[in-house]
Design a protein around this ligand. Structure first.
Ligand SMILES: [Zn+2]
Length: 332
């Protein structure tokens, strides 16, 4: 069918044949040698360059620049990501942080508040211009191939890797772009996770679908794992190897079988029950309650407010659910 872009072995098993968002025909293959799921007919580099510099944000956010409610959500997410980076033992003071796929610059701005010297790259012209204009953050409109050697002490990539057509080449480039003992922080959708709606898995923009095993394999030649968070999305922190290994460290047979078993189990029933999909309407209410009110009209002020004081999501969730239960009891 095609070669796996992680382990180079032939992919012989078709896993899905349809884009879950558009219902169009789109084939995904499952590699029996490493457990990676990928699109079997990958777009060309030029097609991807044009798509991400002009169309991607419009397709998925319906806008050419971030809306204010998105800025607020991105600010809260940035705080969570900075907490994970601290958990990985990465200190901020004096460190140069490079955010790849920086979007509207919200994470970079919050990272500067945490003490990093942060800059980013973002292929979308409208989003990178928004970051420069509103936060004064240095966001270049370029790609990973344009990075310089040892230009950062920490590199972050949040929901980027699944869009890259040449993930192994990207790892080599990231290794070169990091200073000695530098850290690489990655967040990707987790093919093992139970809490992803089947409508949001397997679609055009995501070329690859990683598990903790396949992501560790991908990074193994150039990086060693520092810590990992495997609930929901997959977070991994890596440290740069002084000398790259000669080849990848592939998953074990039992790890591949674990992934295959997880994939077989995924579906609407798991998502709605153990994946807590039934609670999704309540989480939407949380978002609406926490979104900025009319006095917040400036993106920078919105992020400043989020940095200074943000109500923890779980407290709101508990109050909304509790309130709803009481309401149901009263109505009965
Ligand atoms: Zn493979």
């Amino acid at each position: 069918m095609c070669a796996c872009r992680l382990c180079d072995n032939a992919i012989v098993r078709t896993w899905k044949s349809q884009d879950a968002k558009s219902d169009e025909v789109l084939e995904f293959g499952l590699c029996g040698s490493c457990g990676l799921v990928q699109q079997t007919s990958l777009p060309s580099d030029e097609e991807l360059r044009i798509y991400y510099s002009h169309n991607y944000r419009e397709d998925y956010k319906s806008t050419h620049q971030p809306k204010l409610k998105y800025v607020h959500r991105a600010g809260r997410t940035a705080k969570d990501r900075l907490s994970f980076i601290r958990l990985a033992g990465v200190t901020a003071e004096g460190k140069r942080l490079l955010d790849i796929g920086a979007g509207g610059g919200e994470f970079c701005y919050m990272a500067t508040k945490a003490g990093f010297s942060a800059h980013g790259i973002e292929p979308h012209q409208g989003y990178s211009e928004f970051a420069r204009t509103n936060y004064g953050i240095d966001i270049q409109s370029c790609g990973i191939a344009d990075l310089n050697e040892q230009q950062a002490d920490v590199i972050t990539m949040f929901h980027v890797l699944e869009h890259l057509a040449h993930p192994r080449a990207a790892m080599k480039k990231l290794w070169e772009a990091l200073s000695d003992e530098g850290h690489l922080i990655i967040e990707v959708p987790n093919i093992h996770q139970a809490d992803a709606s089947p409508h949001n898995i397997y679609f055009k923009a995501h070329l690859f679908y990683y598990s903790r095993f396949s992501l560790m394999t991908l990074a193994s030649q150039y990086f060693e794992l520092v810590c990992m968070q495997d609930e929901g999305n997959l977070f991994m922190a890596f440290r740069k190897r002084a000398v790259p290994l000669s080849q990848l460290v592939l998953p074990t047979q039992s790890q591949i079988e674990f992934t295959l078993a997880r994939l077989e189990k995924k579906g609407w029933i798991e998502y709605l029950t153990t994946g807590r999909g039934l609670l999704k309407p309540f989480r939407r209410v949380d978002q609406i309650l926490l979104e900025p009110k009319s006095e917040h009209t400036n993106p920078k002020l919105v992020l400043d407010a989020v940095w200074a004081n943000d109500k923890p999501l779980q407290h709101i969730t508990a109050s909304v659910i509790g309130g709803t239960v009481l309401l149901c009891v009263a109505l009965c």
